[in-house]
Design a protein around this ligand. Structure first.
Ligand code: GLA
Length: 388
């Protein structure tokens, strides 16, 4: 990666390299912007950025994936507008850093990523967080503020009204652990996973065009549910405040679609808590059951699944050693995550790939979800993956 950097920006500079991981969410979907609970793990798939000052007031960003070089005047980043391209992520982050009082001097950046785009494994957050670290260039910045700043970049500049999960886990991920995030207090705790199990993500290889607009619709539908419920319970400020029992008492007062969206969120929050308890007890079967309930709720009540995701879940449930499976991330394509006996991993991968290829004519990519550390500077350059 250093050689590639020298090739693009000249041989004299010594770049520093920063890494930010993608994530897979085990359970707690579409709960983050409702200020509830999520349980992601940071992956060993990550975005790496080699960065050094440019010395000439220019911000140059080279993406190895796209083989594209983009150049900006560092002093006028504030007036750059959204383009709908990959550069929106680093530029949005740069603008937020400037707002936060961190001046951006010229810099040369080279980006390498192993997080597949559009896969629901949060390549955007990995790009945002690694960009923030690269643009900070070693300057101190509180980790929680970093996650929030990257979320603001996505909301304000990219235009996606996302919750905090993806940026948070990219910053706070921990090897060998899942991380339960309380999206209201923004605190977290590490959740130990049982021995002898593993999680595998399977990529549908599709991302339906609906995903952006449907996400915005869901955010609005949840706000409508809060409004309706607050008419009965004035203390309710978000769906986080509503228990499943309370919800059933008011559900009939809400329009059908709004009620189903809210039912998903309210029951999903409860499932996260039951899942962490099952995990603490080493109850893989119980965890798997909750994952399937989560999927059915996303499929029928929240309506963010699709035929490809449903197929992968149903097919996984028929394979030996599988405890549970569900879609992960925003939905409408991307990946499922499956919990299974560690020893069944190899045969699962082969079986699921065969089944999916037979049904859809596409071979799905499969990723082993090894819980990994969150973002930071890379001190051992040997750990940087070479180009695929
Ligand atoms: C996307 C968003 C997250 C979260 C998930 C759904 O990944 O970026 O904030 O809302 O969808 O759980």
């Amino acid at each position: 990666m250093i050689d590639a950097f020298h090739k693009h920006f000249g041989p004299t500079q010594r770049p520093r390299v920063y890494r930010a991981p993608g994530r897979v969410n085990l359970i707690g979907e579409h709960t983050d912007y409702n200020l509830g609970f999520v349980l992601p793990v940071a992956l060993n798939l990550a975005t790496f950025i080699a960065a050094a000052p440019s010395g000439d007031g220019k911000l140059r960003i080279y993406s190895e994936d796209r083989q594209e070089l983009r150049e900006f005047d560092a002093s006028s980043l504030g007036s750059v507008e959204r383009t709908g391209q990959w550069t929106d992520y680093p530029v949005g982050v740069a603008q937020e850093l400037v707002h936060a009082g961190m001046a951006i001097e010229g810099a040369n950046l080279l980006i390498r990523s192993t997080v597949p785009d559009g896969s629901g494994l949060s390549s955007s957050a990995a790009l945002e967080v690694s960009s923030a670290l690269a643009l900070l260039g070693g300057r101190e910045f509180a980790p929680l503020e970093l996650a929030k700043l990257c979320q603001r970049a996505e909301r304000n500049f990219v235009g996606m009204p996302c919750g905090i999960m993806d940026q948070y886990i990219s910053v706070f991920g921990r090897a060998h652990s899942a991380v339960e995030i309380d999206c209201r207090s923004l605190g977290h705790r590490l959740v130990k996973l049982p021995e002898g199990i593993t999680f595998i993500a399977v990529n549908t290889m599709v991302k339906h065009a609906l995903s952006g607009s449907a996400y915005r619709d869901r955010v609005k539908e949840c706000a409508a549910a809060v409004e309706g419920i607050a008419a009965v319970y004035p203390d309710v400020q978000s769906l986080r405040d509503v228990s499943p029992e309370q919800f059933e008492g008011v559900a009939s007062r809400l329009p059908d679609v709004v009620a189903r969206r809210a039912r998903h969120v309210v029951t999903e929050d409860a499932r996260v808590n039951r899942f962490t308890e099952a995990s603490a007890q080493g109850d893989a079967a119980g965890m798997g059951k909750l994952m399937v309930e989560s999927h059915r709720s996303l499929q029928h009540d929240y309506e963010v699944s699709c035929a490809e995701l449903d197929f992968l879940v149903d097919a996984a449930l028929g394979i030996d050693g599988v405890y549970g499976s569900r879609m992960t991330g925003g939905g409408f394509g991307g990946c499922t995550v499956t919990l299974l006996h560690a020893e069944a991993a190899a045969s699962f991968q082969a079986s699921i790939a065969r089944a999916y290829a037979q049904e859809f004519g596409v071979t799905p990519r499969v990723y082993s979800c090894e819980p990994s550390e969150g973002a930071g500077e890379v001190n051992n350059l040997e750990t940087i993956p070479s180009l695929a």
